[in-house]
Design a protein around this ligand. Structure first.
Ligand SMILES: C[S@@+](CC[C@H](N)C(=O)[O-])C[C@H]1O[C@@H](n2cnc3c(N)ncnc32)[C@H](O)[C@@H]1O
Length: 288
């Protein structure tokens, strides 16, 4: 398999997983299969690669030692039990969106181009970002933008959304948030687009991203075997906090050994070559 891009924190991941021919691995977030491809190059006994996005899964093909699974990673434990799989190599999660999703305007993740307010990673889900924006109460919108976006202007944004709905596409919403920020900013420019946090919040709500991660972090030690490594890359503090606290709890119970106390971040070269690596935090732990 040919890698078409260098996956995030590639070297760190492959060293930590130390893939070997006797071992079984799970990639919970296949995407463009950069990490999966790297693991496969080390010829593991088997790799199961999950993605909740059917379009992503359809881009790859299972082989003798590679099984693609169209499913949310929250179901890894059930899937492994049903199929009598014991994970003795490790599990990798590289959370968030792949460029396959981000670059496709039909999927509605980007506000850089005007696209439908969809944002479902799993196209079979019912709730879309348009449903959230157009149907949630002002209070629910304010709460979710505050909680999932860590947006300090959440109330103002929620009030403006309710006043100006319906919203069909992303540009109208992004422009509205820009106007709220422009008021009183006396022409100041912003490091990130002012709509970034609100769009993050909508995406987390539509895909129930934190709930899925919490469920996965209810580790199943019947499936996970001693020596298996958990490698989780997150991109915002809400996710990283969940991973950190869960690893800490299991370490205190003597079930996990923390491979590094602080999260691993990208080095200078990677930061220069891959802007997405800027906010990446990798936490590693080993099953005892
Ligand atoms: C950042 S990309 C992964 C990129 C991949 N590591 C690579 O090197 O090409 C994240 C992928 O995970 C998938 N994903 C996100 N949350 C998921 C979940 N809860 N269950 C299954 N797949 C998920 C997304 O659909 C997306 O394709």
């Amino acid at each position: 398999m040919k890698l078409n891009h260098i996956p995030i924190l590639a070297q760190e991941i492959i060293e930590a997983l130390a893939a070997d021919p006797e071992k079984i691995f799970v990639d919970g977030t296949t995407g463009g299969a950069g990490h999966s491809g790297m693991i496969l190059e080390t010829k593991p006994k088997h790799l199961y690669s999950f993605d909740q996005d059917l379009e992503v899964i359809k881009r790859h093909q299972s082989t003798e030692n590679w099984t693609l699974v169209h499913s949310n990673f929250r179901h890894i434990w059930d899937y492994c039990k049903e199929n009598q799989i014991k994970i003795n190599g490790g599990i990798l999660l590289d959370l968030g969106l792949s460029s396959i999703q981000l670059d496709d305007p039909r999927r509605g993740f980007s506000f850089q181009q005007d696209c439908v307010l969809d944002m479902r990673m799993d196209q079979s889900l019912e709730l879309t970002a348009a449903n959230v924006v157009n149907q949630y109460s002002e209070k629910d919108l304010a709460d979710l933008i505050y909680q999932y976006g860590e947006e300090r202007k959440s109330r103002q944004i929620a009030t403006a959304i309710v006043k100006n709905r319906p919203f069909e596409t992303s540009a109208k919403l992004a422009d509205l948030i820009k106007i709220i920020y422009a008021r009183g900013s006396s022409g100041k420019t912003f490091r990130i687009h002012p709509a970034t946090r609100t769009f993050q919040a909508l995406r987390i709500e539509v895909n129930q991203e934190l709930a899925a991660l919490e469920e996965l972090l209810e580790l199943d030690f019947e499936v996970l075997q001693p020596g298996a490594v958990l490698a989780i890359i997150s991109f915002h503090s809400l996710e990283d906090r969940l991973v950190k606290n869960s690893f800490k709890k299991y370490a205190a119970e003597g079930k996990l050994e923390l491979i590094c106390k602080k999260p691993i971040t990208a080095g200078e070269i990677e930061l220069e070559n891959n802007p997405r690596s800027r906010s990446a935090k990798l936490r590693l732990a080993r099953v005892k």
